[in-house]
Write a protein that binds this ligand. Structure first.
Ligand SMILES: NC(=O)c1ccc[n+]([C@@H]2O[C@H](COP(=O)([O-])OP(=O)(O)OC[C@H]3O[C@@H](n4cnc5c(N)ncnc54)[C@H](OP(=O)(O)O)[C@@H]3O)[C@@H](O)[C@H]2O)c1
Length: 256
């Protein structure tokens, strides 16, 4: 899809990958509607953008963002469900409240946004829904099992939607970033990444590089964007040699 002149709604745009997407899509000529909880950071990320601050786990916030965007621009061409949160706790002992919160932010908030935006896209027979999942939604990472589960759910939703909306002219794209240099670990709901995972940061890509991959994916109507692309190799290895890869991941997690 051509981005120039299109209306792009980005969730989680106050920092990290979302803020980098705001900059990248603005450069490509998009009109932006940005949302997250922190209003000052949203205003910094998109000085020309329509900004709506609020917690996306609230139905009221989601409605307000979509209504304000439609009022201002009359349409939403591209929805980027990027807001997300991590949780570095064992699945067998994490408080259910934290597990539920993770699903609210990483799965139900995107689903809620899609339910508000997809009818407009269907009516216009045009649009693209971009869901930012993770490589952890293609292979389970034991230091964040519950996070992986939420991203697997988001991936499955994205693929199912693509088939549901096949005749309606609405496309969906799944984004699976690997390690990206943002404050994601510090912003986690609870727990801390194991030391060996933190050390992997030297292989991480920047949020700007991730945003370029997302912008290019939208332009070529990609089904899935794995960034960096070497992630596909890891996913293939996990499918081909599950026992060996599980042992390696458990060692990184300190549970081998
Ligand atoms: N960094 C990585 O290594 C990595 C790897 C794979 C996938 N991802 C995924 O990429 C996406 C962006 O992550 P990031 O690395 O950019 O993380 P980040 O820097 O922590 O940014 C997360 C964004 O989500 C927003 N957010 C969180 N909870 C929210 C809520 N309840 N309501 C509204 N907004 C909320 C935050 O804004 P406020 O705090 O202002 O609300 C922030 O803008 C996430 O979905 C993440 O799972 C990240």
């Amino acid at each position: 899809m051509r981005i120039d002149g299109k209306v792009v709604l980005i969730t989680g745009a106050s920092q990290g990958i979302g803020a980098a997407c705001a900059a990248e899509f603005a450069r490509a000529g998009a009109k932006l509607s940005l949302t997250a909880r922190s209003e000052p950071e949203l205003l910094r990320a998109g000085p020309q953008a329509l900004v709506t601050a609020g917690d996306l786990t609230s139905e009221e916030t989601r409605r307000r963002v979509v209504e304000r965007t439609l009022e201002r621009f009359g349409t939403i061409d591209i929805l980027i469900d990027n807001a997300g949160v991590g949780l570095y706790l064992h699945s067998w002992s994490a408080p259910m409240e934290d597990a539920r919160y993770l699903m609210e932010v990483n799965y139900f908030a995107p689903l809620g946004m899609i339910q508000l935006v997809a009818p407009h896209m269907r009516a216009r027979r045009s649009g693209m829904i971009v869901n930012v999942a993770s490589i952890g939604g293609k292979m389970t990472l034991p230091w964040m099992t519950l996070y992986s589960a939420s991203k697997y759910a988001l991936g499955s939703l994205t693929e199912g939607l693509r088939m549901e909306l096949r005749r309606d002219g609405v496309r969906t794209m799944l984004v699976c970033p690997g390690y990206v240099k943002t404050r994601f670990q510090q912003n986690a709901r609870a727990g801390e990444a194991p030391e060996r995972v933190v050390q992997g940061r030297r292989f991480a890509i920047t949020a700007a590089e991730c945003a370029v991959a997302i912008r290019r994916g939208v332009e070529r109507d990609a089904r899935t964007v794995m960034t960096p692309r070497t992630g596909w190799l890891l996913v293939a290895l996990a499918r081909l040699f599950p026992a060996a890869v599980e042992a390696r991941l458990a060692a990184m997690n300190g549970t081998a």
